[in-house]
Design a protein around this ligand. Structure first.
Ligand code: G3P
Ligand code: MG
Length: 235
């Protein structure tokens, strides 16, 4: 049976990419959570998905044009539901430490929002090290192959996963070039034949974002992980 991973924490039932989402993941009995990270304007790594503040907060403008301190004055919970008022946009450090305390395993997704790749990768590596986050409980993924190449070169001890919408023609070369442990695909773009090929090539295979279990019935035998906003629907 595939491991069910909470998407952006547990985004169906708690505000995405918040510490409350980690608490919710524990309530749901999850072992693994996926979340997104990139840099604030002061180069501190933060936990957030969008480039813009508008969807998840009552703030406005580009996230990357705000410092961590400015971002932490913006409520990241109330727009999801009133009971989550007071949730902050976490720093990566806060998020790693909270997950570590809760014993959660993390799929850290590096979001490439046209920020300097090396700066982003180095900031994330520094936080992982600062928090002494157990590498056995960490899987780092990105759609951006260049960032993964950098991590493979400079932090080869970290497990890497290449994110795709659909696997491109050269997926095997790309996975080999970063010594990937896994490949994460959009289930809507992945055929059963491709899933078999990826598994037979020796990689773990995950699909996102699956909110209706019946939509992956044919793929499920080939999957190691399923990333979902509503993990409770699978459990
Ligand atoms: O990591 C899987 C999934 O989160 C990738 O898409 O846009 O939800 O970060 P997105
Ligand atoms: Mg993500």
């Amino acid at each position: 049976m595939a491991i069910i991973v909470g998407h952006r924490g547990a985004a169906g039932s708690a505000p995405e990419n918040t510490l409350a989402g980690l608490d919710r993941a524990v309530e749901l009995g999850l072992e693994w959570v996926e979340f997104d990270t990139f840099l604030a304007s002061d180069h501190q790594a933060i936990v957030f998905h969008d480039e813009d503040l508008a969807r998840c907060t009552h703030g406005s403008g580009k996230v990357a044009e705000h410092s961590l301190e400015q971002l932490q004055t913006i409520d990241a919970g109330v727009k999801f539901a009133p009971e989550f008022i007071g949730q902050q946009i976490p720093s990566l450090r806060q998020y790693l430490l909270h997950a570590k305390k809760l014993g959660l395993k993390l799929n850290l997704e590096l979001k490439y929002h046209q920020q300097p790749r090396q700066q982003l990768a180095e900031a994330v590596l520094a936080e992982i090290q600062h928090c002494n986050f157990p590498l056995s409980d960490l899987l780092v993924s990105s759609f951006d192959h260049q960032i993964l190449l950098f991590l493979h070169k400079h932090a080869s001890q970290i497990d890497l996963a290449q994110l795709y919408e659909a696997p491109p023609e050269n997926w095997q070369q790309q996975l080999s070039d970063i010594n990937a442990v896994a490949c994460h695909c959009n289930y809507k773009e992945l055929s059963v034949a491709q899933a078999k090929q990826i598994k037979l090539a020796g990689y773990r295979l995950s699909t996102y974002t699956v909110n209706e279990p019946t939509e992956i019935t044919a793929l499920l035998p080939w999957l190691d992980m399923v990333i979902s906003d509503f993990p409770e629907r699978f459990l």
